[in-house]
Write a protein of this length. Structure first.
Length: 277
């Protein structure tokens, strides 16, 4: 590789950059260094901490949010650490109690509980309440992971262990970390968000042996057809990626799919083989 050097630079003595430009003065605030025109401010961290006249705006600053996020992770991990094998059931908060989808959620929750799985939901009403109620009345462990929203209701009455989160991403981590499968009843944006999050994690190998089940073939048919025709048809996903989804109308099949995945997971723990779902 050739370098074009100006003639007046050929043979010249190296420039003394240190002499040409004095080292800028540094100021510090804790571990953070400021130079040139960057100023750390006149108030020290201790002064801010000890000032009884300070307002409450400091709790909304980004550094404080990091601590609050960390605390929320710690709280969730601590509360769910000893959870038995669990399955998360998603679905619409708008599902009426007298709707067939509510009955389906109840039946799925009860069947999972009888099969030895704890049932996790978003803790809200509708399909979430149905799954929690089914699990609870079947003698199982019913968990609700709620979220702080301006219009959100409290956790439903059928939740045995409930946690309310401030941050969606912390809550979503708990859903994935402590579940062995996702069951998606008919739902809206929230259900779709969780569905595609899980699909992406499985497709990219971040989680394995993780069944994703769509319950209600007539409801999900349009989405699956679009994925097959557009996403797969235009080469945006690999052939076979859609097979990561299981579509069914039968509660027994839901439990069977999850139980078989649990068996394969146990074999992996025993023999160290890998079988991605």
């Amino acid at each position: 590789m050739s370098i074009d050097v100006p003639e007046n630079e050929v043979g010249a003595e190296p420039r003394n950059r240190a002499a040409a430009k004095p080292k800028p003065t540094a100021k510090f605030r804790g571990p953070i260094m400021f130079r040139r025109d960057r100023k750390p401010g006149v108030r020290t961290a201790d002064r801010n901490l000890l000032d009884t006249r300070a307002d409450g705006d400091w709790v909304h600053t980004d550094p404080w949010r990091v601590l609050r996020i960390q605390a929320e992770f710690v709280e969730g991990f601590g509360a769910l650490a000893e959870l038995p094998h669990a399955v998360t059931v998603f679905g619409s908060a708008r599902t009426p109690v007298d709707h067939p989808e509510y009955e389906a959620g109840y039946a799925i929750g009860a069947a999972l509980a009888r099969a030895g799985f704890a049932v996790i939901t978003g803790g809200g009403p509708g399909a979430m309440e149905a799954a929690n109620r089914g699990a609870s009345e079947a003698g199982g462990y019913s968990i609700g992971l709620g979220i702080e929203l301006p219009f959100e209701q409290s956790l439903n009455d059928w939740v045995d262990l409930g946690i309310n989160f401030r941050y969606f991403f912390v809550r979503k981590t708990m859903f994935v970390k402590y579940s062995e499968a996702f069951v998606c009843l008919p739902g809206g944006f929230g259900t779709l968000d969780e569905l595609f999050e899980a699909l992406t994690l499985v497709q990219t190998g971040k989680i394995t042996r993780f069944p994703i089940i769509l319950f209600g073939s007539s409801y999900w048919a349009g989405l699956v057809d679009w994925m097959r025709g557009s996403l797969e048809g235009f080469g945006k996903i690999s052939p076979g990626d859609i097979d990561l989804l299981h579509v069914t109308d039968h509660v027994d099949e839901v439990v069977d799919i999850i139980a078989r995945a649990a068996e394969q997971r146990a074999e992996l723990d025993t023999y160290g083989t890998e079988d991605q779902w």
